[in-house]
Design a binder for this molecule. Sequence first.
Ligand SMILES: NC(=O)c1ccc[n+]([C@@H]2O[C@H](COP(=O)([O-])OP(=O)(O)OC[C@H]3O[C@@H](n4cnc5c(N)ncnc54)[C@H](O)[C@@H]3O)[C@@H](O)[C@H]2O)c1
Ligand SMILES: [Zn+2]
Ligand SMILES: [Zn+2]
Length: 384
Amino acid sequence: MKSKAAVLHGTHQEWQIEEIEVDAPKAGEVIVEWKAAGLCHSDEHLVTGDMVPPEEAWEMMGIESMWPAIGGHEGAGVIAEVGPGVTSVAVGDHVSASFVPSCGKCRYCSTGRQNLCDAGAGAFLKGMITDGTSRHHMADGSGDPMLFAKLGTFSQYTCVSTDQVIKVDTDLPLEAVALVSCGVATGWGSATNRAAVAPGDVVVVVGIGGIGINAVQGAAMAGARRVVAVDPIEFKREKAMEFGATETFTSMEEALPAVMELTHGMMADKVILTPGVLYGDLMALGTQLAGKGGTIVVTGVAPMTQTESSVNLFELAMWNKEIKGTIFGSLNPRADIPRLLDLYRDGQLKLDELITNRYSLEEINDGYQAMRDGTNIRGVVVHG
Ligand SMILES: NC(=O)c1ccc[n+]([C@@H]2O[C@H](COP(=O)([O-])OP(=O)(O)OC[C@H]3O[C@@H](n4cnc5c(N)ncnc54)[C@H](O)[C@@H]3O)[C@@H](O)[C@H]2O)c1
Ligand SMILES: [Zn+2]
Ligand SMILES: [Zn+2]
């Protein structure tokens, strides 16, 4: 079938709306008609090149080319077609995307760490998880595209592995489901799970975008005494207060003395770092904001080739701190996407309020410009 998709042909370019041809699904695959796709900062890293492996490394990584690339890994849609033998979902089912696959059988899935599923290897390669061959072709005959996270939710239709779709209840609005599939789960899980925020904790969240706002929401839900939100943009700080922050600051420099005063010198129990790009030099203040025994969760993505950071290793050891990375808030998509949606249905998790603006696929570059300008908490592409 034919589909319209937002395609990138290289770094520092705009998304182009082009036609692709999508083949019929094979065993273990489905065609999803994507209805809504969230504009997460991770796709922007393709544009800036922060999440593009250096070309010298492509051959070693088995990458023929990253381009053209179809964006989008936050999304929700409806199953349009199932491949031979697929029984886990049926045509008409509503699904959430999951940018981390869960095969259910690997060492990580079978020990409750689906966010680390082995099927996530080869994320930058073209071709399906199932057999490595491509189901997507540029309609103009210029080759096969790479699909971001093997999902490509910036296309009306894509063929994906059943390991990357999570069936959800049909009463839920698909825009809300889309947001949960990456931003909400990652931010909320960074606080509730990876940082393990406990009642009475003082928590600092740095960077209030689609991820950080949900870390704020998660920290508040987990019973934090204070949730300190840091962002240079006033609109973000105002939003943070609506989602459970108790105070806000424009920078980590400004937050540091305030957190010191607030905690009588003890500093924060948990610091969650969710800025748009997590440059290594942000780690100096990021780790200083945490007190003795404190946990620093690294959720924001650094440029791929960045290997230096400014952590004071003396303090790290002597204050018994820990720095933890996280992918997908260290949650399990099959259990936690439906769990978050239940909290939403019960009125305990805010999802509708996260959407600042909706865009048609053709307007996607406006949506990303709004992210750069800091005027959206989350923008959502609604496929027409
Ligand atoms: N670990 C994961 O699994 C995972 C999943 C999704 C997204 N991410 C990453 O999380 C990060 C945030 O994504 P997003 O979609 O929320 O981005 P976003 O652009 O919507 O929000 C980022 C926010 O950070 C703020 N900011 C930038 N520099 C700052 C600084 N030095 N101090 C304080 N605030 C600062 C910006 O003003 C903005 O409000 C990105 O790096 C993204 O790639 C990680
Ligand atoms: Zn994302
Ligand atoms: Zn697995």
